[in-house]
Design a protein. Structure first.
Length: 444
């Protein structure tokens, strides 16, 4: 009797379990959602027509996923700007690696045809024409909601490593200057030009250079981006607008420029000087070599931030000295935020095996650009370029003067928007140019 009870009990439990399972199957619900959104879109492998360094046409493969597509859910836009594809990318054959959507609705993603209202479901194997923006739709799994996006895939229209120049105008006063010095103050062009009787300071106003003040024939000018410094007869004149001036008496021949907290100058005895109080007092700065090699003419001061540390800057003094008839002299100095850690000025010795030195050029002008140095002078028919802090100087295939460029002497300056300005005596030309990528990378 005991065994029969166990058998019937087991049978009853089994039937209950089967009923429970059947009940679960019958009660299964399919969940749908009324909302949808594209949450990710990734470009696939792309083709780009470009040129080799020798100028030969070639096709290269691009990893599309390297160019991030930015989704604006509020505006309903998707684009790779500002990270544009390279010039030469075939926008008529764009492929996508993947798409993701809210609530697993990626199977409900489709493109609108460019020629009709028909729909093209998203596929990783299809190449699409993006020579113009396209509409992308995603539908909710319930079918009750659809969201539209405007997808704009953009490519650069100019080569990154090429210069674009524009000749602004010809200035008859500059044409007659015997020499000229260009600088930048408050992102505006400033020029000190030498005349037969003295020097004239001019600033760019409404597209032309207007005279603001006169100085003696021996006056020199330096700018640090925010201030103009004119040294004339033992007086340092400073101004941030070329109209209102402060004066400081100082026994220096010429203010060179400012780097970090320090102002630098050349003394009347042709020594490198340093001031920590805007030129009120000066002291001799340390050098690591013979002072005979400190430039005494065509002197240029350049300041730049080191790539490794924004608190560490590098200053250069570049010009000509009577101690060397073949090459320009290059001195450099590391300038730290903590001035007590400053090192001495370092002289770059002339190595006879180095055929890429900067020649001794009359009216030499030097500026920093894109982390490097470039220079013009002499016959003003070429730009010299240095990528190693002034050790080697070469002509560069990228930095070419414009075809119509002509000058007796020339001076160069770089503004905050990474434009290079060249002011020319003899012709009176004023040029403005920029490496294309500097406009892209810095959104100017």
């Amino acid at each position: 009797m005991k065994s029969k009870i166990s058998f019937f009990a087991l049978s009853f439990v089994t039937v209950c379990m089967m009923s429970s399972c059947l009940g679960d199957k019958d009660d299964t619900e399919i969940v749908t959602y009324d909302d949808a959104a594209i949450t990710g879109l990734t470009l696939g492998t792309l083709k780009c027509h470009t040129k080799t360094s020798s100028g030969k046409d070639t096709i290269v493969t691009l990893t599309g996923s390297s160019y991030v597509l930015h989704i604006d859910q509020y505006a309903g836009t998707i684009t790779n700007a500002p990270d544009s594809l390279p010039i030469g990318t075939n926008l008529k054959k764009i492929v996508f690696e993947s798409v993701s959507a809210l609530n697993n609705s990626s199977n409900n993603v489709f493109w609108k045809s460019l020629t009709s209202d028909s729909k093209i479901f998203f596929s990783k194997t299809d190449s699409l024409d993006f020579s113009q923006p396209r509409e992308l739709y995603v539908s909710s799994s319930s079918g009750q909601f659809s969201k539209k996006y405007k997808v704009d895939i953009v490519a650069h229209k100019e080569y990154a490593d090429s210069m674009t120049w524009s000749k602004l105008y010809i200035d008859n006063d500059i044409k007659n200057y015997t020499s000229v010095k260009a600088g930048i103050c408050k992102n505006n062009l400033v020029v000190l030009g030498k005349t037969a009787s003295g020097t004239e300071l001019r600033t760019l106003v409404d597209g032309s250079l207007k005279k603001t003040r006169s100085f003696s024939a021996n006056a020199t000018m330096a700018t640090d981006g925010n201030t103009i410094y004119v040294t004339d007869g033992g007086v340092i004149y400073s101004s941030s607008d070329a109209k209102n001036w402060n004066t400081v008496s100082a026994d220096v021949k010429s203010v060179l420029g400012v780097c970090g907290k320090e102002m630098f100058a050349i003394s009347n005895a042709n020594k490198l000087m340093m001031s920590l109080n805007n030129g009120v007092s000066w002291k001799n700065d340390d050098i690591d070599d013979d002072a005979r090699y400190i430039p005494s003419s065509d002197i240029n001061f350049v300041s730049s931030v080191t790539e490794s540390n924004a608190d560490v800057k590098r200053a250069f003094v570049i010009g000509n000295s009577s101690a060397n008839s073949k090459k320009a002299e290059v001195w450099s100095k590391i300038v730290e935020d903590n001035t007590e850690k400053d090192l001495s000025w370092m002289y770059q010795k002339f190595n006879e095996s180095n055929n890429y030195y900067l020649p001794r050029l009359r009216n030499l002008s030097v500026a920093a650009y894109d982390g490097n140095l470039f220079a013009i002078g002499g016959e003003c028919n070429k730009l010299y370029y240095s990528e190693d802090c002034g050790i080697c100087w070469k002509e560069n295939n990228i930095f070419k003067l414009p075809k119509e460029f002509t000058a007796t002497t020339a001076s160069i300056a770089v503004d905050d928007d990474y434009f290079i300005w060249i002011v020319c005596t003899g012709s009176g030309q004023v040029w403005k140019g920029r490496l294309n990528k500097m406009g892209w990378d810095n959104k100017k």
